[in-house]
Write a protein that binds this ligand. Structure first.
Ligand SMILES: [Zn+2]
Length: 132
């Protein structure tokens, strides 16, 4: 597995995801508890929060939908945030990993390593032998 250094743009991406989450946080009725920000290869950034419900949708899906709806097709890096996780960063679930690898097999994901240090890894490292 290749680990990429977190740079200033990545730190900014985390801040944008946290800002989106904080401006929409609601852990009672709607459970907007996860925020996500995605940076496109052209530098544009989109952010969103999860939608709760019986068949709710992760923030990664919401944010990817926002970006795609805006016409984006090339993605560089994504991060998801939750207030209760180390560095307030949470790794994507298995369902989101599959979605990410299908939409953007070279996207990088910011997450915590085993020592809770922020790192960036390629989505292929997060879902080996994925069905594509
Ligand atoms: Zn997910």
């Amino acid at each position: 597995m290749t680990f990429y250094e977190i740079d200033k743009e990545d730190e900014e991406l985390i801040k944008i995801a946290l800002s989106k989450l904080e401006s929409n946080f609601d852990d009672k009725k709607y459970n907007y508890t996860v925020g996500t920000a995605i940076r496109c290869k052209n530098g544009n950034v989109y952010s969103g929060v999860n939608c709760d419900g019986i068949h709710g949708s992760c923030a990664e899906y919401i944010t990817m939908g926002i970006a795609i709806s805006a016409g984006e097709r090339e993605f560089d890096t994504i991060v998801a945030v939750h207030k209760d996780f180390p560095n307030k960063v949470i790794a994507p679930c298995g369902n989101c990993r599959q979605m990410l690898i299908e939409y953007c097999p070279d996207i990088k994901v910011i997450l915590n390593d085993y020592e809770n240090k922020l790192v960036k890894v390629g989505i292929k490292d997060l879902l080996p032998f994925a069905c594509l």
